[in-house]
Design a binder for this molecule. Sequence first.
Ligand code: ZN
Length: 400
Amino acid sequence: MSPNAPTLLDFDPADPIALTQALIRCPSVTPMEGGALALLAAVLSAEGFNVERPIFSEPGMPDIENLYARIGNEGPVLVIAGHTDVVPPGDVVAWTRDPFAAEIVDGVLYGRGACDMKGGLAAMVAAAIRYRRENPDAPGSIAFLVTGDEEGPAVNGTVKLLTWADQRGERFDHCLLGEPTNPATMSDMIKIGRRGSLTGKLTVQGVQGHVGYPHLAQNPIRGMVRLLAGLEATPLDAGTEHFDPSNLEVTTLDVGNPATNVIPSQARAVFNVRFNDLWTPETLAAEIERRLREAAGNTVRYEITFEPTNAVAFLTQPGPFVALVADAVEAETGKRPALSTTGGTSDARFIKNYCPVVEYGVVGQTMHQIDERVATADLKTLERITRRLLTTYFATPLQS
Ligand SMILES: [Zn+2]
């Protein structure tokens, strides 16, 4: 455990605020464990969970520590997923509070990971602890699947942890992932899916030459403009019931030509598509290639490559489990949350291969920012919502 992580005796882990503070004080910037998983392991095993700490490796990458914990021997199994790693604090001097001190000022808890996602994870751990203390003979099982590699390459994290658990015979009925899903208040948003992501790299080949003698050269910028216009000419789709329209953004356009009197030889562009459930990476790549062929005609010489992607679009169909989470949020906040698929990708895209997954957590406004913070009242609300969900989930068996 890191020297500044408090010992177990300092606080009650059923207190979501104290547990969040303790986790933030563990400087677990990816790939460092920072004491965060050790703290969770100690807390959960003291409450009767069986805790495992598998370490995963990959050549050329740092080893990553992970955590799997479970209480109960029978189904249904509700798994709560999350990560303890955080992005670097950035310019520490720009922070108004020490990013790893977890200070509370006027009901706001400051620190790296406060909302993404030590706060969410701590509130859910606190809820599970209190639920099991109050219901020691509760049916079913609660599991925690926690990685230290979500903000990094995500190679030695959730994907391997899921395989590891599967090989040991662990089966999950439903998953709650505690990423920060709310834009402004705790009643805003549950995520029931995520868009996919595909990155393409486009190169147009020309012939370098003197701008005064263009007939001896061929300007690749002209071709690139045509290709990009062709890519964006018509929308990819109009969206679906639960998804916004797919969107293509050109993220960079480079020629690298410092001279004003030289026609460059090559132009390069990179674009990223966030796509909905009408597409797979393969069908989308085929459509992009078709548009490029059409725009290029016989005159533009180009090459397109796609980066490998494991970010497919997925949807957890609104059903009893989604309703149960929404009910718990509504009961504790007074407002029914929207069911959304907006934003970036998350580890839910891996978990969905094993069981239905719903994402819900604290307000994410300041994630990855200077002065990342969370309202302590929101941590308490999330603890209550999670405990209510556990209570109803294990009271009546659910069909997924
Ligand atoms: Zn996160």
